[in-house]
Design a protein. Structure first.
Length: 467
């Protein structure tokens, strides 16, 4: 009975305490009502999002399962196609092996039936291939186009050549031989430098050269359009004037007479090298700065030497004319020497001799002025050439050090500079030395005449004094 009572008392006490707690919680709820509503909304959003994500995941899972089934079906189809292809390949290999055996049997039967004709037809195909290679490069094909197609067909045929093909081979071969000894004028297509094609009248001398309007043509393949094959085009640089003049003479020749022309025995190789060979200006540019200095020095020295030579030659003529005249003139050295004597006729012989020597000494520097400069330039020119040679060799060895000796074109610049400057130095020195010799000789002749005349004047004066 006591325990029941105690239990009742404890329940009453707990209820009282719970009542107090509820009252307190009610008071707190009133204070934080807004905060409790926000948390509920967050909880609801989380639950709603979880529901949506679950639905999306289930949808993805269903799609994956569906695609897996489709991929399996596609894989099965591909496997079936591969198996069918392998079976077809096996069947075709068997058919190919059967056909190969049949071909071998037919080839053996054909060889047995052809007998000796097989060697003959093999020789015909070989001859067609060789002739086709010659015809494709020959300028004769510009007059007779289309011959290469017939020869190519015969050279590549696997069947027995027909009678018509053999006749074509024979005719083309005879035609090629006959045309090599003819000079023909005809119309042909010419490719200009801008790539355009125009029809012009060309003249051909055998298989050697072909030209139009006095300008030489080359028959070769265009780099920009190899599909066109060999075409006629003007040389980028024409030969010398006498060679082009020979082409004009041949093109304008008429009648049965003979006309002197020019041919290229290498069938175009020599004419093609003209384009690669440098011009005079390009040669000079290879000498670089030293080469230009040599040229300037040579031109100045040659001009000065010619001027002095001409001047001294005219002076020598004037002096010889003065020798024949008794009246002195100031326009020539001998006349000025004679005027110096006239001013000292009353003096003694020694004084006259001194005056004439003084007059001659005044004339000699005028005669020899500029000759030493010509001589110095003649000696300097080969030294400058040697300097250019050394510089060129230094550049060559430097190129060898950097790039090795595998490419000769790398060393060509230095070697060209070395050789060109040497040549320019020698070319400048030779005429300068000759001009100096001629002008110096003319000056010595004039000086000798002055001395001879002065000696004669002194002798006459001495004789007149004794008398």
């Amino acid at each position: 009975m006591k325990s029941i009572k105690l239990a009742g008392l404890s329940l009453i006490a707990g209820a009282a305490a719970l009542g107090l707690n509820l009252s307190d919680n009610a008071m707190l709820a009133g204070a934080n009502a807004q905060e409790a509503v926000t948390l509920d909304q967050v909880l609801q959003a989380i639950r709603r999002e979880r529901t949506e994500v679950s639905a999306e995941n289930r949808q993805r899972e269903q799609q994956f399962l569906q695609q897996r089934n489709q991929q399996q079906a596609a894989l099965n189809r591909v496997r079936a196609q591969v198996a069918a292809a392998e079976a077809e390949s096996t069947r075709l290999e068997g058919v190919m092996a059967t056909n190969q055996d049949t071909i071998e049997e037919l080839d053996a039967e054909l060889a047995s039936k052809q007998g000796e004709f097989q060697e003959l037809f093999g020789a015909a195909r070989s001859a067609a291939a060789d002739l086709n290679a010659q015809v494709e490069r020959s300028v004769i094909s510009t007059q007779f186009p289309g011959r290469g197609e017939t020869l190519t067909e015969l050279a590549q045929t696997e069947k027995l050549p027909s009678e018509a093909q053999l006749r074509d081979l024979w005719e083309i071969m005879v035609q090629q031989i006959a045309e090599q000894g003819k000079t023909s004028t005809y119309s042909a297509d010419i490719v200009l430098a801008n790539g355009e094609s125009t029809e012009g009248t060309v003249t051909r001398i055998g298989p050697f050269v072909v030209f139009s309007d006095g300008r030489y043509l080359e028959y070769k393949e265009l780099k920009d359009a190899p599909e066109l094959g060999n075409v006629l085009q003007f040389l980028a640089r024409q030969p010398a004037g006498d060679v082009t003049a020979a082409a004009s003479r041949v093109a304008n020749a008429s009648g049965d007479g003979f006309v002197r022309g020019a041919i290229d025995p290498s069938l175009g190789t020599l004419l093609g090298l003209i384009v690669e060979s440098p011009t005079l200006r390009e040669r000079i540019d290879q000498g670089r700065f030293i080469g230009k200095v040599i040229i300037v020095a040579a031109l100045f020295g040659i001009g000065l030497g010619i001027l002095k030579w001409v001047t001294l030659t005219m002076t020598a003529g004037a002096v010889r004319g003065q020798v024949r005249r008794k009246k002195p003139s100031k326009s020539n050295p001998l006349g000025r020497v004679m005027l110096a004597y006239e001013n000292t006729q009353s003096a003694d012989v020694e004084t006259v001799a001194l005056k004439l020597d003084d007059a001659i000494l005044k004339e000699v520097p005028k005669l020899e002025s500029g000759l030493n400069l010509v001589k110095v330039l003649a000696a300097t020119a080969p030294l400058l050439g040697l300097l250019g040679t050394v510089i060129g060799m230094i550049n060559t060895f430097q190129a060898i050090t950097l790039f090795g000796t595998g490419d000769p074109q790398i060393m060509a610049g230095g070697i060209s500079e070395a050789l060109v400057t040497t040549v320019l130095g020698l070319i400048a020195a030779i005429p300068l030395l000759l001009l100096h010799a001629f002008a110096s000789g003319a000056a010595k002749r004039v000086s000798q005449i002055l001395e001879e005349q002065a000696a004669g004047i002194i002798a006459e004066h001495a004789e007149s004094g004794r008398a």
